[in-house]
Design a protein around this ligand. Structure first.
Ligand SMILES: [Zn+2]
Length: 203
């Protein structure tokens, strides 16, 4: 993540330091030097109560494990997942609950490269085979997939562009909700190959 972006967020919002903490955790993960083992001792230690400072809203992909990626222990991170991080009612309601009842100040919308859900939506738009009665995810991801096909250059970049558009859409969706008005919502992308999380600019 560009440092200037990070410092701007830190200065603007009280949850900026929480974001810095997650970025530092990602640095430990990438360096192969995690602080937390997340073993049974840690699980028992965290059992009486939870005080997560942040939520990550990410894809269901089995390669994207938020607690590892940000090197967080039991009780530190609340994770909400839907395929393609589609902000459906239950996902948004979960984040609203986290803000109202658990006091989280930060939501990171975390997309990732080679997303199967977004790739399927891009292929459906290309083939124009969408049936809204039977494919909820394609319907929900149709807009970013269409926009990416219209804007992106080489074919291999289309899905990556669509994923970033979907991150921005999700951030915009969450940011305009009064239920989350005190929460810092940022978009980010996880690189499957390097393990690095990078912030996504708003435009
Ligand atoms: Zn995915």
């Amino acid at each position: 993540m560009p440092e200037s972006t990070a410092s701007a967020l830190i200065e603007k919002h009280p949850a900026g330091s929480t974001l810095v903490g997650l970025i530092e955790g990602n640095g430990r993960f990438v360096a192969g030097e995690p602080r937390y083992r997340r073993d049974i001792t840690a699980a028992r230690g965290a059992a009486p109560d939870q005080r997560p400072g942040a939520a990550v809203f990410t894809c269901i992909d089995s390669r994207v494990t938020a607690e590892s990626v940000f090197d967080c222990d039991f009780g530190q991170l609340l994770v909400v997942r839907t395929a393609g991080h589609v902000p459906d009612r239950a996902a948004v309601g979960s984040l609203e609950f986290a803000a109202a009842e658990l006091g989280i100040g930060l939501v990171v919308v975390l997309g990732h490269e080679r997303c199967g859900a977004i790739g399927a939506a891009v292929r459906a738009v290309e083939a124009d085979t969408h049936d809204p009665r039977s494919d909820y995810l394609v319907e929900q991801l149709w807009q970013p997939a269409s926009q990416a096909l219209a804007e992106a250059g080489p074919e291999r970049e289309v899905a990556s562009h669509a994923m970033r558009l979907q991150v921005r859409r999700t951030v915009a969706d969450l940011s305009r909700r009064t239920s989350l008005e005190d929460v810092l919502v940022v978009g980010a992308v996880y690189d499957l190959d390097t393990g690095v999380v990078s912030l996504v600019e708003e435009n």
